[in-house]
Design a protein around this ligand. Sequence first.
Ligand code: C8R
Length: 258
Amino acid sequence: LIVGICLGIEFSGAVPSNKDFKTVTISKCKEFLKNTSSENKCEEVWDAFSKAYVGKDPCEVPMEAYDPLMQTVREKDACNRMLLWSKTKLFVRQLREAQKCLPKLLTLEDTLLGFVMDGQTWCSKKGSKETFTKGCPKSDKCERNPVRSFWNRASEAFSQAACGEVTAMLNGSISTPFNNNSIFASIEVKQLSPPQVKALSVILVTTGNDKETCENDSLRTLQNAALDRELEYTCKELDGSKILDCISDPDRPCGDCW
Ligand code: C8R
């Protein structure tokens, strides 16, 4: 809904919402860090975050603008537990919400920055001190916008912390599950290499009747990219609808579903 509303609004009509956005961001940060030794860090995180885009043309914010933010937030390495995805956000979210029988996999949304910024939109204007949450440019208008650059940079840092076996959930109901324009293809895969990372295991999730297989051309490209990087590669097809039905059924034991 929010995306739909934003699409219809021109940037010139943007509404300042500095306060709300800052309040929401800091309170989500505090919620994430509750009962940890970093609880008081959220103002510092906000400062580093906002410096990346406030006062700048919203089409001229490169991913490097978030480098100082990445320095403030150091994530732990995630060995054998990292879950990357592309075009399967909803499915991954449903899996995480179901919590049942879930292999203990970690997504960027399980880290501070991913958790805090998920679902938010933000930008500023040249010379302005404000943050806007509506009317911000989309990636089709300009690639170097604050939101896209944030996810590029955060995804780069997240995948740099990968180790062991990395899992990727890709969408088998679209014709190009591995798409060069995606953050997964253009940033994350490029960070994965031995000795830190050993294997890439693809789970191709299908929902509905359109079903690509692991033989899909784009997945062959991914396989070759993985092998060029000297990573072991596996690919497995999964019926997403079946899995979701199964994990939401209290009478079915875990082992039945996976
Ligand atoms: N990642 C990227 N984008 C993310 C994100 C995330 O964790 N979380 C959110 N909410 N978004 P896509 P992709 C938003 O095209 O390009 C990481 C951003 O607005 O389906 O391959 C994550 O680690 C972003 O523009 O997938 C994952 O592995 C779109 O969702 C890849 O990058 C991107 O959604 C997914 O990026």
